[in-house]
Design a protein around this ligand. Structure first.
Ligand code: PAF
Length: 252
């Protein structure tokens, strides 16, 4: 496994590599779990070389506390990536990947304003900007995104269409634990009791009931709801459990 801390150097290598090999790319913010590893496995089966980035992107956090509390365990992440046989890992610093200090940014005006975007102003500007940078650096033929962040996935597909980026965006199904909870790095901050509430959230969201009844069921379980909304033939929910923000969505 080869590491790059310098993105200019990495891009040069990937431009050459991409002429002879297909490159699959999985962007992450670290704190890896089985969901991330399933994206890597898929990338491995569909490409000659696999690149993973680990970068806790500060520009997509609108809340400093949330950024500070985001779980990190780089050594463990690198161990997992080497076990699954990743070829390259990008480990940029903020200064290296934002040489312009976030002076340039991608802004979307429609789909980024609803759901999570409404609650987290500026969040998707940060996501789209970092993803654009990472796609340019990795020269990926294919990039893999989980459907847990379905709104993010839609926006990234739109980004590639808008800017004629040739990377194929591959949506991947939500990885869930044995009781239906969507895997997320944020789950690592929950107590065993919090995990049980988060599982209830996943179960209640998936019921075939009107939204107002689901809202009531969540309230009855003392789960604090940020939003519950249907878009793109899916039902989306964001809740707070033990001060941890959790999102999920199900097809309807
Ligand atoms: O989904 C994530 O983990 C992040 O939003 C991403 C795509 C790695 C960009 O920082």
């Amino acid at each position: 496994m080869t590491f790059f801390e310098n993105m200019q150097e990495a891009q040069k290598i990937f431009i050459e590599l991409g002429k002879s090999f297909s490159i699959g790319f999985v962007p992450t913010m670290g704190a890896l779990h089985a969901g991330h590893l399933s994206l890597v496995e898929k990338a491995k089966t569909e490409n000659d070389k696999v690149v993973v980035s680990i970068f806790l992107n500060p520009t997509q956090f609108n809340n400093e506390e949330d950024l500070k509390k985001y779980p990190t365990h780089l050594e463990k992440d690198l161990g997992l990536l080497s076990e699954v046989g990743v070829d390259f890992v990008l480990l940029p610093s903020f200064e290296n990947i934002y040489p312009e200090n976030y002076g340039y940014r991608v802004h979307e005006d429609k789909n980024s304003k609803i759901l999570c975007g409404k609650e987290r102003p500026g969040h998707f500007d940060g996501v789209l900007t970092i993803v654009l940078k990472l796609l340019m650096i990795s020269q990926a033929h294919r990039a893999y995104f989980g459907e847990k962040d379905y709104q993010q996935l839609k926006l990234i597909q739109g980004l590639c269409r808008a800017f004629f980026i040739p990377t194929e965006i591959i949506p991947c199904p939500i990885a869930r634990d044995e009781k239906g909870l969507a895997l997320s790095s944020r789950n690592q901050r929950l107590s065993p009791q919090g995990i049980e509430s988060a599982r209830k959230f996943a179960k209640l969201l998936a019921q075939s009931k009107p939204l107002n009844e689901i809202m009531q069921d969540l309230k009855n379980e003392n789960i604090q709801v940020e939003y519950l909304q249907e878009e793109w033939h899916r039902r989306f929910g964001a809740v707070h459990v033990e001060n941890v923000r959790l999102i999920d969505n199900v097809p309807i």
